[in-house]
Design a protein. Structure first.
Lengths: 299, 427
């Protein structure tokens, strides 16, 4: 099966600023992909090039096994980071309008909008103006707009930013359902902890370049379990130990990163000499830590 | 193309259904009708209260002559020009033949108390020196003063001529002013009078100015709204910037045309209903068919030209306030065109009028003026329309390049060198 998305060495510069620099990765169909990196890394610029909002200065975008053409947009649902609605339009009219722009007939767009509104408890609000809706309800309308045309590829730029907790859970559930139905989902976010548990594969980008790419489980395995969380009373005496790469002490709780090759059992012995240990846990590194490690190494 | 159609539909329906459209559509004819009817009514009301003046003259014959002249002006409206006719006032005149200091003080007191409106100091010396004083509280009432002056001048002239032995009818014949009625020639035939042509032309050009400006600004505000509400990027995931721009300009323009159409229907109904048969000079306003057609043509062209600029401006800024500072490139030419209307309407055939009216930024207003007051040669019309179309094409392609980049930019508005780079971006 062809990849849902394939970026081949795309590059975008604005004046002298290089937003995306020779970026290549591919996303296979079905599954959740994370495009991760700090603010200004080039995530939004990359997504914009995937859907033809801007054109790459160099390189190619392939979608569903074909070079990008605008007809493919009807198979893509996009929830931009900067999202908004026409405030004075009625909710249902608005959804129908956006559905029609994605090649749905007016009748079909109306039918699906009503079904979605029913499902997300917006039925009573379909004839209200958007500006009369609460912020949370407007967020729901925005999801519906991105999913109305039943896209095969769903691009979400910072989807959880500014979401209230209830809507965040709802969005996650809807997306997992989409995943089960074989859709491809791309998350882009700088909050790596938020999507870590959702993603099957990731691409970490920094300064417009991919610094790490692949299946999440493989990446994590490569970095091993070199993290320890420890709850204690007393003084674990980590200072100056040659087992410890770095640590973050909260007083009676500490997070420790071990030096490569260090044995966690030795750390436990060392710490228990001077302190009572109530919890000791070995962890995989978080994506954020992996990112910092990779970027630090490159720099 | 299908996308453009959907965008046009949304733009059009949302606007036409809005309350502000309804209000503006109804208010405008009401305002125009009001500006015609209310002054006429006011003039009528004014004539109810006569101006109470006292004529103080050493020579009673002069006093009587002035009184007669004042009362005559009032009773023979046809004699003066149409504009003066509206302003004619009626008078309640009393005569005093004792030009003494005591009388003067007494009359001053009466004016102060509001018992009379004023008094004419027509002593023999004043008459000899050709310097008459009118003492009143509203000395700034120029129209009233002009009327008094002409009445006194006429009365004194009659009096003197009568003294020289001329008979009453001879004096009348001598003093009757000539009226000059300029008649507009249309297609070699006599048309309506010059005053009516002038009034119609000014009204239509100002209306065109208003609608081009209003709908141009509407395009700009709508672009800003899409930027500030951040819906732009949602839209761009299914349509191109070009489609978006085309949909906006066509949609808003269609709203403008609808409004104009409604107004034309109003105007026809207004004319037919006979309200215009009122005695005021407006009854002579006639709207030539060619004028209406060209009004439509110049609205469409002028709107495209200015809305392209407004769309570009809207895409460059983030807030309405910024737009206020940035909209001068679009405001200056159209306002200039309004100022230049005067020389063109006075000499529509002059070199100056020709050159001004073929400049695309002025053409919507100035060529329309020429079409309304004369018949410009066909080649000039063709040249003007050709130049406009070329300019519109150029401006639209420029605007769409700016728009394409601008709509994704937030924050600081671009400097001129930055703008030049925007034009070169590949997309």
């Amino acid at each position: 099966m062809a990849n849902a998305v394939e970026l081949r060495g795309i590059r975008k510069t604005y004046d002298s600023f290089v937003a995306v620099d020779d970026l290549s990765f591919s996303i296979r169909q079905g599954g959740v992909y994370g495009l991760l990196g700090p603010n200004g890394a080039g995530k939004t610029s990359s997504i914009r090039m995937m859907i033809g909002i801007t054109m790459p200065d160099a390189g190619e975008v392939w979608l569903f096994g074909e070079k990008f053409h605008r007809q493919q947009l009807h198979r893509i649902g996009y929830l931009p980071e900067e999202r908004g609605l026409y405030k004075r339009m009625k909710t249902l009219d608005h959804l129908v309008f956006l559905g029609r722009l994605h090649a749905l007939s007016e009748h079909e767009a109306r039918k699906r909008s009503l079904a979605w509104c029913e499902r997300l408890q917006l039925s009573e609000w379909t004839h209200k103006k958007v500006e009369e809706l609460s912020k949370g309800m407007q967020q729901k309308v925005q999801f519906i707009a991105a999913l109305l045309h039943d896209p095969d590829l769903i691009l979400m730029d910072e989807p959880f930013a500014g979401l209230d907790p209830a809507n965040a859970v709802m969005l996650k559930d809807v997306l997992l359902e989409m995943k089960k139905a074989g859709k491809t989902i791309l998350f882009s976010t700088h909050r790596m902890d938020q999507v870590e548990r959702l993603c099957d594969a990731i691409c970490l980008i920094d300064h417009g370049r991919a610094v790490l790419e692949g299946d999440l489980t493989k990446i994590k395995a490569r970095y091993g379990k070199n993290h320890v969380q420890m709850q204690y009373e007393g003084d674990p005496a980590l200072e100056g130990s040659d087992l410890v790469e770095s640590f973050n002490n909260y007083g009676n709780y500490v997070e420790v990163r071990l030096k490569p090759g260090a044995d966690p059992q030795e750390l436990l012995r060392l710490a228990s000499n001077r302190a009572r240990i109530s919890r000791f846990e070995l962890l995989e590194p978080s994506l954020e830590e992996i990112f910092i490690a990779v970027v630090g190494k490159n720099a | 193309m299908h996308n453009v159609w959907i965008l046009v539909q949304r733009e059009y329906l949302e606007r036409v259904r809005s309350k502000s459209f309804m209000i503006f559509t109804l208010l405008m004819p009401a305002l125009m009708a009001g500006s015609v009817i209310i002054p006429a009514k006011l003039a009528e009301m004014k004539s109810g209260g006569a101006r109470r003046i006292v004529i103080v003259a050493g020579n009673p014959e002069i006093a009587i002559a002035v009184e007669q002249q004042l009362l005559e002006t009032e009773s023979t409206p046809g004699a003066t020009s149409q504009a003066d006719q509206q302003a004619t006032e009626s008078y309640a005149v009393a005569i005093s033949t004792t030009p003494t200091e005591a009388e003067r003080n007494d009359l001053l007191q009466q004016v102060t108390d509001g018992k009379i409106d004023g008094f004419l100091w027509l002593t023999d010396e004043a008459v000899a020196q050709h310097k008459v004083t009118y003492l009143t509280r509203d000395a700034a009432d120029f129209r009233g003063n002009r009327e008094l002056r002409s009445a006194v001048t006429a009365a004194l002239a009659k009096h003197r001529l009568a003294e020289k032995g001329m008979s009453g009818p001879e004096v009348e014949a001598l003093l009757t002013p000539i009226t000059l009625d300029a008649v507009h020639i249309e297609k070699g035939k006599e048309g309506v009078s010059g005053a009516a042509v002038f009034a119609t032309a000014v009204a239509m050009v100002m209306l065109l100015y208003l609608v081009v400006l209003i709908y141009g600004v509407a395009v700009m505000r709508s672009v800003i709204e899409e930027k500030s509400s951040r819906i732009m990027e949602v839209l761009l995931s299914s349509v191109t910037a070009k489609e978006l721009l085309a949909g906006k300009i066509l949609g808003v323009g269609a709203v403008g045309l609808t409004q104009i159409l409604i107004w034309i229907i109003f105007a026809v109904a207004f004319a037919v209903s006979g309200m215009m048969a009122a005695k005021s000079f407006v009854s002579e306003i006639h709207i030539p068919t060619a004028g209406v057609i060209f009004f439509g043509v110049f609205f469409v062209l002028g709107y495209f030209l200015y809305s392209a600029m407004y769309a570009a401006i809207g895409s460059m800024v983030t807030t309405d306030q910024e737009a206020q500072q940035m909209q001068w490139p679009a405001m200056v030419p159209i306002i200039l065109a309004v100022f230049l209307m005067n020389p063109v309407i006075q000499q529509p055939n002059s070199q100056l009028a020709f050159w001004l009216s073929i400049i695309p930024f002025f053409a919507p207003l100035l060529m329309l003026v020429r079409v309304l007051v004369e018949e410009p040669p066909v080649w000039q019309l063709a040249l003007c329309l050709g130049l406009m179309l070329a300019t519109i094409y150029g401006l639209l392609s420029l605007a769409s390049r700016i728009y394409r980049v601008g709509i994704l930019m937030y924050g600081k508005r671009p400097t001129l060198p930055e703008l030049r780079r925007w034009l070169r971006y590949t997309g």
